[in-house]
Ligand binder design. Sequence first.
Ligand SMILES: Cc1cc2nc3c(=O)[nH]c(=O)nc-3n(C[C@H](O)[C@H](O)[C@H](O)COP(=O)(O)OP(=O)(O)OC[C@H]3O[C@@H](n4cnc5c(N)ncnc54)[C@H](O)[C@@H]3O)c2cc1C
Length: 491
Amino acid sequence: MSDADIIIVGSGMGGATLAAGLVGSGLRVLILERGQVLHDCAEARDAEAIYRHGHFRPDETWLTPDGDRLNPGNYSYVGGNSKFYGGVMMRYREADFSPIRHIGGTTPGWPLAYSDLAPYYTLAERLFQVRGVIGEDPTEPAHDAPYDFPPIAHEPAIIDLKARLARIGLHPAPLPLAVDLDRWLHRAATPWDGFPDTTGGKLDAESAALVTALRDCNITLRTGVSVRHIEVEGARVKGLLTSAGRLSAPRIVLAAGAVHSAALLLRSATHAHPNGIANSSDQVGRNFMNHNASAVLALSHRRNRSIYQKTLQLNDWYLKGGPGGAPLGNVQLLGRVSGPILASQTGLPKPLARLIANHAIDFYAMSEDLPDPDSRVTVQGDEIVLDWRRSNWDGHLALVAALKAALKRAGFPVVLSKAFDRRTPSHQCGTARIGVDPATSVCDPFGRTHDHPNLYICDASLLPTSAAVNPSLTIAALALRQAEHLREGTA
Ligand SMILES: Cc1cc2nc3c(=O)[nH]c(=O)nc-3n(C[C@H](O)[C@H](O)[C@H](O)COP(=O)(O)OP(=O)(O)OC[C@H]3O[C@@H](n4cnc5c(N)ncnc54)[C@H](O)[C@@H]3O)c2cc1C
């Protein structure tokens, strides 16, 4: 007797959105989530608790190839990493689906065209109530419908910044955001990027997708259930060994995130599948990507009184603009650095950190990390080993240099930067990529594993390239496309 028609492992961006896409299908869906619901608490809006004390960080370490341990900023709650996300819900650009030549190499392209994913991008934007506008960003691909909500208003310092950037010939545009600003600020006047959502002010995997899914009485969520092993008989997956015992369903979907889904597949190796499950291609865990990203602080005598700030982006260097016309990446505002955040990240004395933060506008410069088979997740027993090999680093340095020079021209005399390191695997992806060739990919373009007809993956693992775009909307669009496929199919 099966426990459901479909079991989904993980309630983050991929898993919760897939469940929302299965509403009304009549299928009995069971979502297993190892974390718990993140309830409101004083620390939820306390920068010191979040950034200095790591209050919400997981009780988990991963190994580096040198045997060092890192405590990753990879969160384990209902809603997954999206509980902490910056709410940027942005489409890959149309060019991202074809091979692109970067300073650090050429991307492989996707087995799908932008037009294949565009209708699901629209559905995902509706589900997450994305606030945005079409027409201001020259790289924005065609939409088949306008956003349902106008973009979030810039604060005064950002209106001034936008004018300065436009004056030097750049094209600043609103960030598409899944944030209900009034609801967010009603709880407390803080930024939202990196802060957990406990009141539905961010439209995240829990508050937008899971809430929708759980209105269907056929869809249930079990929290605190960790999946440890996948059982396979012949080509078919038979069941899951979990902290709550053995569970089974005719179709299983892994949505545990790019690191944990890969680790689960590798850990489930058997005599018949010595490389792990779904791994006849030897691609599971490989091609780990995470974006090359830096924080860039623009300082001036002007006081930045913004609260949330994260409403503006620049794509002037996205498709070209680097040496020889190379693409460099996206620039967007960070969620407003404060004294406690800067002190905890740099070790500066608090008064100095506060002074700098008060006069800073902080940006997130993000460049594409290219797939590399040697950049990978492996397992040693129950331990996860992450060997992230950054690629295209020169492209990223060129982006940071272009941004710094532009900010100086725009009236910020001092501009500082600091790269994010491997302890911040926020945009992890690529470890079970989609493709048409079973020899070079793990899943087909719907996310079904090539090796096992009843095993699917539905999270950031699927992305064959990282682009230079925040991943969530693309994960959600792929999930809604997979939901349609699962409604139609019977594996
Ligand atoms: C601080 C921060 C800011 C970010 N900002 C943005 C942004 O602005 N825009 C954007 O697009 N992206 C952003 N991201 C990234 C985004 O959150 C992730 O890309 C996205 O959540 C990944 O979705 P996923 O489905 O792959 O995995 P996740 O959302 O991580 O979900 C995986 C889930 O699986 C569960 N799980 C893991 N292993 C098991 C197991 N063995 N058994 C049961 N359950 C398990 C986990 O607890 C988790 O809930 C941000 C991330 C962080 C950390």
